[in-house]
Design a protein around this ligand. Structure first.
Ligand code: KIV
Ligand code: NA
Length: 265
C-alpha cells in the first residue's frame, strides 16, 4: 500500500477529483477508514467532545490527544494522519507552535498537523513548515474561538467573505498544504477554492470544496445528539451497538449466554 502524500492531494485538486476526510481517534476506526480508502484522517481536537466528554474543544490537552494520535498512526497503512493542535498549545508564539508540532511528529508519529486561524497565524504556519512539518490551516468557524465568535455560526457572510479569502491566501503563502473551511457560505468557499492552488476541505462549506470532512461519530450515527445542518448520517452505529448491548444483557440475564460453543472443559 502506497502512503498518501501531500502532493497526491494537490494532484487530486488539479484533476478536479473531490476526496473525503474523516476524524479518527483509535485503532479500529482508523483501520476501517484506511481500508475504506479515506486518504486523510484527522485526530481532531473534537476528541474533546467525542472521546473525553467535554462540552467544548477548549479543555483538551496535548497530553490527552497524544496517545490517540499514536494509536491512529500505528493503525493505518496508507492514510495521511493529521494531528490537531489543541487550544493553548500554539497561540502563544510561532516558537510554541513549532514546539508542539514537533511533539506530535515525534511522540505521536503524525504525518502533518492542523491549527486554527487566518492571517494572524501565518507566522505560526511558516515556522512549522520551515521545520519540514506539513500544516493544514482551518478558517471560517473555528471552534477554539467559539467565545470570541459568539457561538456556532456561519462565518464570512457579506463583506467578511473578503477577509476569509485573504486569510486563505495568507495560509497558502505561509506554506500550508490544505485549508479547512468550516461553516462558510458555499459561494465564498467556491471562490477560495478557485483562488488557491492548495486543496480546500469543507465542513458546512458547500459542494465546491476540493475535499469534505466530517467527524466520524456524526457521519456514522454514533452520536445520537442533534447534529448540525451540514452533517449527513450514513449509518445508525448507535442503534446497532445499543441493540447488541441490549441482546447481550438479555442473554446473560436469561442464561442463554454463554452457550456450549463458548465454554472450555
Ligand atoms: O477537530 C475536528 O474534528 C476538526 C474537523 C471537524 C475539521 O477540526
Ligand atoms: Na479541530
Amino acid at each position: 500500500a502506497r502512503r498518501v502524500r501531500i502532493h497526491h492531494l494537490r494532484e487530486l485538486k488539479e484533476r478536479g477529483e473531490p476526496w473525503p476526510m474523516l476524524t479518527a481517534y483509535d485503532m479500529f476506526s482508523a483501520k476501517i477508514f484506511d481500508d475504506a480508502g479515506i486518504p486523510v484522517l484527522l485526530v481532531g481536537d473534537s476528541a474533546a467532545n467525542t472521546v473525553f466528554g467535554y462540552s467544548s474543544s477548549l479543555p483538551v490537552s496535548v497530553e490527552e490527544l497524544m496517545p490517540l494520535v499514536r494509536g491512529v498512526t500505528r493503525s493505518v497503512r496508507k492514510a495521511l494522519v493529521v494531528a490537531d493542535l489543541p487550544f493553548g498549545s500554539y497561540q502563544v508564539s510561532p516558537e510554541q507552535a513549532l514546539t508542539t508540532a514537533v511533539r506530535f511528529m515525534k511522540d505521536g508519529q503524525a504525518h502533518a498537523v492542523k491549527l486554527e486561524g487566518g492571517r494572524r497565524f501565518a507566522p505560526h504556519v511558516e515556522a512549522i513548515t520551515a521545520a519540514g512539518v506539513p500544516v493544514m490551516g482551518h478558517i471560517g468557524f473555528t471552534p477554539q474561538s467559539e467565545h470570541n465568535l459568539g457561538g456556532y455560526r456561519v462565518q464570512g457572510r457579506g463583506d467578511a467573505g473578503d477577509d476569509l479569502v485573504a486569510d486563505a491566501l495568507a495560509l497558502q503563502e505561509a506554506g500550508a498544504f490544505a485549508v479547512v473551511l468550516e461553516m462558510v457560505p458555499a459561494e465564498v468557499a467556491k471562490r477560495i477554492t478557485a483562488e488557491l492552488v492548495i486543496p480546500t476541505v469543507g465542513i458546512g462549506a458547500g459542494p465546491d470544496c476540493d475535499a469534505q470532512v466530517l467527524v466520524w461519530q456524526d457521519m456514522a450515527g454514533m452520536n445520537q445528539g442533534k447534529a448540525p445542518r451540514f452533517v449527513k448520517r450514513y449509518a445508525d452505529v448507535a442503534g446497532v451497538l445499543s441493540q447488541a448491548a441490549g441482546q447481550f444483557a438479555a442473554e446473560v440475564r436469561g442464561g442463554a449466554f454463554p452457550g456450549p460453543e463458548h465454554v472450555f472443559h
